[in-house]
Design a protein around this ligand. Structure first.
Ligand code: ZN
Length: 303
C-alpha cells in the first residue's frame, strides 16, 4: 500500500466529521495527486498549510509530495514535523514514523551536535543558519546557561531540535566524588527539563574527560554518554574552510559531528559542510536517530 493510498484511506475513514477548509483542500490535493496531477496537489497543500500551518494531514501530505519529488532530506524533516504535531498513536504519526524509517534507511546517516549551548547572541544566529539549511541538530546544553536563557532552549525544542545534557557547570568530572558527578548530571537535566518540558537522556562530558566509572554513574542518572563522536577542535579554529576540511576528512556513516555553539567559524562552515555531505549521500538526523540506526555497527569515528 502506497503512502498516498494510506493517506486517502485515512481521510475517508475520518468520516463525515465537519471538515474545515484545510481538510477540504487536503482531500482535493490527495485526489489530484492520485491522478498524477502533482502541481495541483502542491498548490492545494500550500493553501491548506497557509490556512492551518499545524494541520497534521496537510503536513503529512507535504512530506509525501516531497518524498515523491526526490527531496529526501526535506521529506525527512517534514515527517519529523508530523511526529512533533501528532500524538504518538495518531495514524499519521504511525505512518510518518514508518516513512521516516524507510527514508533514513536509504541514506548514510550523520548527526550534527553543538556543545556549550546556549549563548545569548550566538545561538539565535546558529538556529537561523540551521533553519535555512533545513538540517536537524542536537544541542548539548550547559545547565547554568539554560537557567539564564531558558527561552533559547525552549525555542530550539519548539523548532524541532533536540536539547541534551552537557552537565550543569561544565567542569571536568573525572576525579570528583560520585555524588558531585551525579549532581552535575541531574541539575543539568533539571534545568533543561524546566526550560523545554523534555528531560534529556544523552550526555556529553565537558572536555571529553571520560571514564568507565563516570559512564556508570551517568546510567544511574538515566543518561547515556554518547560515542562515535568526531571532535575537530572547531572552537580553536578561526578559518571556516579549515573546520569544513577537518569535518569532511573525518566523517564516516553513523558518526556524530561534535561542533560548538558560540564559534563564528563553525557557523560559517556549516553551509559548506551540509552541502558537501549531502552531495556524498549523507542524511542528517538527530543524535538519538543516528545511535538508533547505526547501533553498534557504526564505524569508529576518529578526529
Ligand atoms: Zn563543552
Amino acid at each position: 500500500m502506497s503512502v498516498l493510498s494510506v493517506l486517502l484511506a485515512l481521510l475517508v475513514a475520518a468520516g463525515p466529521v465537519v471538515p474545515g477548509p484545510a481538510d477540504d483542500l487536503v482531500e482535493q490535493a490527495c485526489r489530484a495527486a492520485s491522478t498524477g496531477d502533482r502541481q495541483t496537489a502542491w498548490r492545494l497543500i500550500d493553501q491548506a498549510l497557509g490556512l492551518a500551518p499545524l494541520h497534521v494531514e496537510a503536513n503529512f501530505a507535504r512530506g509525501w509530495l516531497l518524498q515523491e519529488a526526490g527531496e529526501l532530506q526535506a521529506a525527512i524533516s517534514q515527517y519529523r514535523k508530523v511526529l512533533a504535531l501528532a500524538a504518538p498513536q495518531d495514524p499519521y504519526a504511525v505512518q510518518a514514523r514508518e516513512a521516516l524509517g524507510r527514508l533514513v534507511g536509504k541514506c548514510k546517516t550523520v548527526a550534527l551536535a553543538f556543545d556549550d549551548f546556549p549563548f545569548a547572541h550566538d545561538s539565535p544566529k546558529l538556529l537561523s543558519t540551521l533553519r535555512t539549511l533545513r538540517v536537524p541538530a542536537t544541542f548539548f546544553a550547559i545547565g547554568f546557561k539554560v537557567r539564564h536563557f531558558p527561552d533559547l532552549a525552549a525555542q530550539a525544542v519548539a523548532e524541532g531540535y533536540s536539547c541534551q545534557n552537557h552537565t550543569y557547570s561544565h567542569g571536568r568530572l573525572t576525579g570528583l566524588a560520585d555524588q558531585v558527578i551525579m549532581d552535575e548530571i541531574q541539575r543539568g537535566a533539571d534545568a533543561i527539563e524546566a526550560a523545554t518540558g523534555i528531560r534529556p537522556h544523552l550526555l556529553r562530558l565537558p572536555g571529553g574527560h571520560d571514564n568507565a566509572h563516570i559512564r556508570q554513574l551517568a546510567r544511574r542518572c538515566r543518561h547515556v554518554v554518547v560515542d562515535n563522536v568526531i571532535a575537530v577542535g572547531d572552537y580553536a579554529i578561526t578559518d571556516p574552510a579549515v573546520v569544513e576540511q577537518r569535518v569532511l576528512r573525518s566523517v564516516r556513516p553513523g558518526c556524530i559531528i561534535a561542533l560548538h555553539d558560540g564559534v563564528e567559524s563553525t557557523r560559517r562552515a556549516l553551509p559548506g559542510i551540509v552541502r558537501r555531505l549531502r552531495e556524498q549521500g549523507y542524511c542528517f538526523v538527530t543524535v538519538d536517530e543516528v545511535r538508533e540506526l547505526a547501533g553498534d555497527a557504526a564505524s569508529p569515528c576518529q578526529p
